[in-house]
Design a binder for this molecule. Structure first.
Ligand code: DOR
Ligand code: ZN
Length: 421
């Protein structure tokens, strides 16, 4: 097939940066060739010295909407995604109503129809038989919360058919019990959800059968267990870069579950990240209203950190400024890795047959995180004021320019659901 469009730039591949032309039919990648080999008559978009990453894939996002539109909705959530170069978000089920019934799933699909990037939906542990409907729609993942593990690990896992990926927020409910009082103060918050709760849950999970993925892994012990078992897991930027010693200063902005951990955990996760031992990064974008996070007392403030506009940029900064991650590692952590974990065939890589999803990055941009300019409704961040190097300047979803230099150009609804193979 003759290509319709050639996008030229410094393309980030699994083998590093190469000056290439991405040939496409305008929607799907046909081939990657050296820039001198673009067929005559092909429309050319030359991105010069900019880096071209595959669109990032975020496997852990809370888009909210429905009963929580004050916190975020699908348009603002996916706009924030586009600003971070994220071309596919996977939404968590702890919405109002939770994605555990047919009615709630239908409501969610209808809200998601305003997305400007592609998306997937993780089910909650269903309250009714949703499996066939989920398969029909193309959903093949379930999120388990510590509350679900109250049922017993085996009982909860047995409720899920084998063809579904089980994504677990791993904290053992027994170990969490009785520690609630510690959660009311920034200085003791980390001890309300102690590392042992995660380690114990992961210990129990890695010995179980089935496709189990541990999300927002945050402790040294769980890291060792996962690595030893070959299970997949993801980490968040906040658990890599922030720790519980910073809580008195961060207050509500650092309130998140799992909590920011004592420094030895952070350094273990960070070393694993930079030495290539982490399968994926997820933002755990958890938006709340600025009033909730900036005005409420610590005890009342909800846990959660918005991350869609900072995750890629923190990784790019570790890469371009600090030299701690190679560009192909950024690609693996936040595009190819999550895409493989989720079993996506068309995302996560710039290769023939894949969607023309691109994050175009200006590697020379130096800037500071300013939450007031976030496209998310959650205009706050524990990373406010941090110096960044490298910035997403354009985001393409299946060949459409959805975001350019601070602005969303796509109309609501451009995003499509990513269906399981
Ligand atoms: O900090 C968190 N926020 N952890 C969770 O598990 C849920 C999330 C949310 O939905 O706000
Ligand atoms: Zn989450």
């Amino acid at each position: 097939m003759e290509p319709e469009l050639a996008i030229l730039g410094r393309v980030v591949t699994t083998r590093g940066i190469m000056e290439l032309a991405i040939l496409s039919d305008g929607e799907r990648i046909l081939d990657l060739v050296t820039q001198g080999r673009v067929p005559h008559g092909t429309r050319i978009l030359d991105r010069g010295r900019y880096l071209i990453f595959p669109g990032f894939v975020d496997l852990h996002v809370h888009c909210r909407d429905l009963g929580q539109r004050d916190k975020e909705d699908w348009y603002t959530c996916t706009s924030a995604a586009a600003a971070g170069g994220v071309t596919a978000v996977f939404d968590m089920p702890n919405t109002v109503p939770p994605t555990r019934t047919k009615g709630a799933l239908e409501a969610k699909l209808s809200a998601a129809s305003r997305a400007v990037v592609d998306y997937g939906i993780h089910l909650g542990l269903p309250e009714e038989d949703l499996w066939d409907l989920a398969r029909e729609i193309g959903i093949r993942s379930v999120k388990l919360y510590p509350e679900d593990l109250e049922l017993g690990y085996d009982r909860a896992l047995r409720m899920i058919p084998e063809d579904f990926l089980v994504i677990v927020h791993a904290e053992d409910p027994q170990i969490l019990r009785g520690k609630e009082a510690l959660a009311s103060d920034p200085g003791t918050y980390a001890f309300a959800y102690p590392p042992e709760a995660e380690v114990e849950a992961v210990r129990k999970l890695v010995s179980r059968r089935g496709k189990i993925h541990i999300t927002h892994l945050s402790t040294k012990g769980a890291l060792e267990l996962c690595r030893g078992s070959g299970r997949t897991f993801d980490v968040t930027p906040h658990h890599c870069l922030l720790d519980s010693d910073m809580m008195p200063e961060l207050g509500n902005l650092g309130k998140v579950r799992p909590p920011l951990r004592p420094p030895e955990h952070r350094t273990a996760i960070m070393s694993a990240l930079i030495s290539g031992q982490v399968p994926a990064v997820g933002s755990d974008h958890a938006p709340h209203t600025p009033e909730e996070k900036l005005e409420l007392m610590f005890e009342e403030a909800p846990p959660g950190i918005p991350g869609l506009e900072t995750t890629s940029h923190l990784l790019l900064t570790l890469c371009i400024r600090d030299g701690l991650l190679r560009p192909e590692e950024v690609l693996r952590l936040y595009a190819r890795g999550p895409s493989e974990i989720l079993g996506l065939r068309r995302k996560g890589l710039l290769a023939p047959g894949r969607d023309l999803d691109l994050a175009v990055v200006d590697p020379r941009a130096s800037w500071k995180v300013d939450p007031s300019s976030f496209l998310s409704k959650a205009k706050f961040s524990p990373f406010a004021g941090w110096e960044m190097r490298g910035r997403v300047v354009e985001t393409y979803v299946r060949g459409e320019l959805v975001y350019s230099h601070g602005e969303v150009l796509a109309s609501p609804g451009l995003g499509e659901m990513v269906r399981w193979r």
